[in-house]
Write a protein that binds this ligand. Structure first.
Ligand code: UD1
Length: 423
């Protein structure tokens, strides 16, 4: 299994370009199951999770062609031959669950083992299931011979309805939009997730002939149509990757311009960096993050659903806060178990105390290289950032988590002066 070795790199400098969004491309790929026609998605990032989603679509009978050079994926799901999502793929990637809505409405059946992915909390799928049930599906929890549980949904025809989500779940909103797109009548989703990835999905599906209004707000209206057709769509840039490079510039006290990112999508990250004293400005090439006249200082952060501060950038921001002057506090409200990086950062000399969903960070830490483990995707990114400013070698194991979500991470960091290699 490969590891990363990261070394102190001094201030990162130069230009780096963000790839297409992981969290957007996965539901877009699932949406291709909604039509028999060929669909094409462009600006696809080269990621393990995309590979897993290709495997999943193939297992349902779709023809999938991923042209990595062209960064595009073509899918033709002319006929669906299986509606069971294989356990080995689902356990690798929790987002597999978004295949359930399209499968259910297209074929009347969907069966999926309870999903895996990052271990950042219980991560139930009750809201997805409630949504399918409200649309008229029968839901059963069954046990496989191995003893593992599966969720099975079936319905002769889904019927539009009103659905209120207790929590604005991204995945549940996506699944319900897709299931409702071919249902009879109108579906209204209240307290819907407002993430840009939802807007991207709705834009794509509307190109396919769906009638979805309100994506990006907390009330989404989906008018079911008879059928959808093929369409071509390019994925939005990855706001979490963009945020990670913004933090890389900040933690190394560098000067980095990040291209192909949408500043509107990273407003809370930019606001918090400015509060710490960094300069975040838009230039012709992209968003430039550099140092202000004074050393950066502490701040407090509360993670929230979009447009609040993203939980997916919390570990990276926490790492930066270990290096600034003063004491900071982070309140994680989205996931109940998203502080696994704290133990690893403390091994590197950080001084972070965890108290339930709060983390108290003492600043001005002098980080030292250590053997650490990427416990999940964004925790892994945080350790890369820590390694860039630590004295000595930082050896990160379990980097398959990082490969799930960062396209060409080694090459990109190297291009701005990062000392990082894979062994
Ligand atoms: C998506 C992102 C992930 C991000 C997360 C929150 C993808 C592929 N992943 O994950 O990177 O960290 O949004 O921004 O897009 N919940 C329930 N019941 C459910 C579903 C969710 O209680 O049925 C809870 C979760 O436990 C969590 C919260 O809702 O506490 C948000 O989860 P959700 O928005 O569903 O996250 P994902 O779609 O899994």
């Amino acid at each position: 299994m490969s590891k990363f070795i990261v070394n102190n790199s001094g201030p990162l400098q130069g230009f780096v370009e963000v790839s297409g969004s992981k969290n957007a491309v996965l539901p877009l790929m699932a949406a291709t199951l909604l039509t028999r026609d060929e669909c094409r998605i462009t600006d696809v990032p080269e990621l393990m999770d995309v590979e897993v989603m290709c495997g999943l679509l193939r297992s349902f009978g779709a023809e999938v062609h991923w042209d990595m050079k062209e960064r595009s994926i073509s899918v033709k799901a002319d006929s669906i031959i299986d509606t069971y999502a294989p356990r080995d793929l689902v356990s690798k990637m929790r987002a597999s669950v978004v295949a359930m809505g399209p499968l259910l409405v297209r074929t009347g059946n969907a069966k999926i083992p309870l999903p895996g992915g990052c271990a950042i909390g219980d991560r139930p799928i009750d809201l997805h299931i409630k949504g399918f049930h409200a649309l008229g599906a029968d839901i059963r929890i069954t046990k496989e011979e191995s003893g593992h549980e599966c969720v099975e949904a079936s319905a002769a025809k889904l019927v539009g309805t009103e659905i209120y989500l207790d929590t604005p779940s991204v995945g549940a909103t996506e699944n319900i939009i897709m299931a409702a797109s071919l249902a009879d009548g109108i579906t209204i989703i209240e307290n819907a997730a407002q993430e840009p990835e939802i807007v991207d999905l709705a834009n794509y599906m509307n190109k396919m002939g769906a009638r979805i209004k309100g994506a990006g707000t907390d009330i989404i209206k989906v008018e079911g149509v008879e059928s959808l057709h093929g369409a071509v769509h390019s994925v939005i840039p990855d706001r979490i990757e963009a945020g990670t490079f913004m933090l890389a510039a900040a933690i190394t006290r560098g000067d980095v311009t990040i291209g192909n990112m949408l500043t509107d999508h990273v407003k809370p990250i930019a606001a918090k960096l400015r509060e710490c004293g960094c300069i975040v400005e838009n230039t012709l090439e992209g968003t430039r993050v550099s140092m202000g006249p004074n050393p950066p200082v502490a701040t407090d952060i509360k993670t929230l659903p979009y447009p609040g501060f993203p939980t997916d950038v919390q570990p990276q921001f926490m790492t930066f806060l270990t290096t600034v002057q003063g004491a900071s506090m982070i309140l994680e409200t989205v996931f109940e178990n998203r502080f696994m990086h704290i133990g690893e950062l403390n091994k590197m000399g950080a001084d972070i105390r965890e108290d339930g969903r709060r983390a108290f960070i003492s600043g001005s830490a002098k980080l030292k290289g250590a053997e650490v483990m990427a416990t999940d995707l964004r925790a892994g990114a945080a350790l890369v950032l820590a390694g860039l400013v630590a004295e000595g070698d930082t050896v990160i194991s379990d980097v398959y988590h990082i490969d799930r979500g960062y396209d060409s991470i080694i090459e990109k960091f190297k291009s701005i002066g990062g000392s990082i290699q894979r062994i």
